[in-house]
Design a protein around this ligand. Structure first.
Ligand SMILES: Cc1ncc(COP(=O)(O)O)c(C=O)c1O
Length: 408
């Protein structure tokens, strides 16, 4: 990790340990910005990684935040970033969350996901006496995303407004003193590897907007959402912003729509690893189980999405460059669930008790999805910048597991 050996970090801070590289994060940000003629507005999705140190790093590099809950708004505030610009998406925003966004945050826009939500926003804005800046989250029914749970823009998805309802939303907003639609938002899903679906989505939106002048009036933004893939295993390619950017800018042309992006995984996914220690190696049923001290509560993606991430010993030969070595080894955690595994059917070099393994591309949707299941404490998190390692969140003390409980 930059100038530091992973094994030394694991020794120093203990395991399971998330380690993030500040340099890799800045580099990913630059790869996005550098691809565009005019740098887009970048809103980092807090759900991908809510660690205060990461949020502060991104804010200092000029990023705003994409939030999906009142809790995430409070998290930004707690990190001292109340002045950062936010966009607010999600199908179930409650009145108090809308109020918090409208009254306390440097709000770029709220992404409207339904007609009833539009009415709720109008009521809250009216009560506060403010005009709500809105983007309509459109559902253009486009297939994209790495796993069915990661696709958010199909017809039967719970997200966004179908285009016919978006037209109704525009009419309602035009009649309201408290609502101002300034953009369109489309989030296709996650782990999208090709530019095609982004371009198809924008084309569909432009075609629809071209049918009626009301659909163009006052529109300042096109928010293309997130989802840009990073490699999880050797041989996979990173999403190519150098291919997306010129095509997207070409389509936007001189319509005057500013581009906003919400890259989560692309920024932090590849910048993080999860370090774990081998507890023991067990053979049974013709298979080998490497039992490690990280589990599904620390990293849920393999169990939840069948995600395949590279897992490899931190010392010895580096992992092969172009494929995922297959074999009869499962790398499993101590949690009492058969679904608790970090990797299945792998071939890894021989390891023994006390050795450290790294799970790659763990920086996004890793700790932010962690739980305390099986009364396990949340892992420690470290940010490395050059040759410095900073403990951004210590491992929880056990008392956190029952903090606030009341016993009669
Ligand atoms: C609205 C929205 N924007 C952005 C993202 C970020 O996606 P990714 O981390 O894959 O870039 C998500 C992820 O679920 C999302 O729901």
């Amino acid at each position: 990790m930059e100038g530091l050996a992973a094994a030394e970090l694991a020794q120093r801070f203990g395991t399971p340990l998330y380690v993030y590289s500040a340099g890799a994060l800045r580099e990913a940000l630059e790869r996005i910005r550098g691809a565009f003629r005019e740098s887009p507005e970048i809103y980092f999705p807090v759900k991908a990684n809510g660690l205060g140190a990461i949020l502060r790093l991104l804010a200092s590099d000029g990023c705003g935040f994409d939030v999906v809950s009142g809790g995430e708004l409070k998290r930004i505030q707690a990190a001292g970033l109340a002045g950062s610009r936010v966009v607010f998406a999600g199908v179930g925003k409650e009145a108090w969350e809308i109020e918090e966004a409208l009254s306390r945050h440097a709000l770029s826009f709220i992404n409207v996901e339904s007609l009833p939500e539009l009415e709720e926003i109008e009521a809250v804005a009216g009560r506060l006496g403010v005009e709500a800046p809105l983007a309509l989250r459109l559902n253009p029914d486009i297939q994209a995303g790495g796993h069915p749970y990661l696709a958010t823009s199909r017809k039967r998805s719970k997200f966004g407004l179908p285009l016919d309802q978006a037209a109704v939303a525009l009419e309602r907003a035009a009649r309201s003193k408290w609502l101002r639609v300034i953009g369109y938002h489309v989030h296709l899903g996650s782990l999208v590897s090709e530019p095609g679906p982004y371009l198809a989505a924008l084309e569909r939106v432009q075609e629809w907007a071209g049918e009626d002048t009301l659909r163009q009036e006052g529109i300042e933004y096109y928010d293309a959402g997130g989802g840009y893939a990073v490699p999880l295993v050797p041989g996979e390619e990173s999403f190519s912003f150098s291919r997306l950017a010129p095509a997207l800018e070409g389509l936007l042309g001189d319509a005057g729509w500013k581009l906003a992006l919400e890259p989560g995984r692309f920024l932090v996914g590849g910048a993080g690893i999860l370090l774990t220690k081998v507890i023991r190696v067990k053979a049974a049923g013709g298979r080998k189980f490497v039992v490690v001290d990280a589990a599904m509560n620390d990293f849920l993606r393999p169990s939840l999405y069948k995600a395949e991430h590279m897992v490899w010993p931190v010392e010895g030969e580096p992992p092969p460059g172009d494929s995922l070595p297959r074999g009869d080894t499962d790398i499993v955690g101590p949690v009492c669930e058969s679904g608790d595994f970090l990797a299945l059917n792998r071939d890894i070099p021989p390891v023994e008790r006390g050795d450290f393994l790294a799970l790659f591309a763990a920086g996004a949707y890793g700790d932010s999805m962690a739980s305390r299941y099986n009364s396990r404490r949340l892992a420690a998190q470290v940010v490395v910048d050059g040759s410095e390692a900073f403990l951004a969140r210590p491992r929880e003390p056990f008392q956190e597991l029952w903090k606030g409980e009341v016993w009669t």
